[in-house]
Ligand binder design. Structure first.
Ligand code: THU
Length: 150
């Protein structure tokens, strides 16, 4: 399914049957708005992320860079912080990440791991004009199951 084919859709098998309808347009608008608030003086590359929670709430985040480049916080970090700051222990159902120009911006490897933790492998990602799952973006991701094997 491509972004242009979608409009407002109901998620399929990858997510819970109790998941809300996904208004991808609303997520894109929220992500672009978040990107406009990014702090990216070093790369000049603004990123905004918007996520839909299982209860229908939209949470957002933007990238926040640091003069010590390695301390940069990706937009998805802010998104996950906002998710938990909401206080309800919700999970992410769908996420859209865009650059400052509004184009889809696939999450980096580290952020795929973050999204796996907080949305699970079935969480839907508007990545590059195609809807993919976190499980597709991060096959064999590291999960708590592994900890039990230690
Ligand atoms: N960035 C994100 O915010 N999310 C990603 O998934 C990829 C990269 C940011 C980090 C940095 O501020 C800028 O993009 C350039 O790498």
């Amino acid at each position: 399914m491509t972004t242009s084919e979608r409009g407002k859709t109901t998620p399929g098998e990858p997510t819970s049957s109790a998941a809300p309808d996904i208004d991808w347009q609303a997520l894109a608008v929220a992500a672009r708005s978040a990107a406009s608030r990014a702090y990216a003086p070093y790369s000049q590359f603004r990123v905004g992320a918007a996520g839909l929670t299982a209860t229908g709430r939209i949470v957002t985040g933007c990238n926040v860079e640091n003069v010590s480049y390695g301390l940069t916080l990706c937009a998805e970090c802010g998104l996950v912080s906002a998710l938990h700051d909401g206080g309800s222990g919700e999970r992410l159902v769908a996420v859209t990440t865009v650059s400052g120009s509004g184009e889809p911006c696939p999450p980096c490897g580290r952020c795929r791991q973050l999204l796996l933790e907080h949305g699970g492998p079935g969480c839907l990602i508007d990545c590059d004009g195609t809807i993919r799952t976190v499980g597709e973006l991060l096959p064999l991701g590291f999960t708590t199951d592994r900890l039990a094997e230690g």
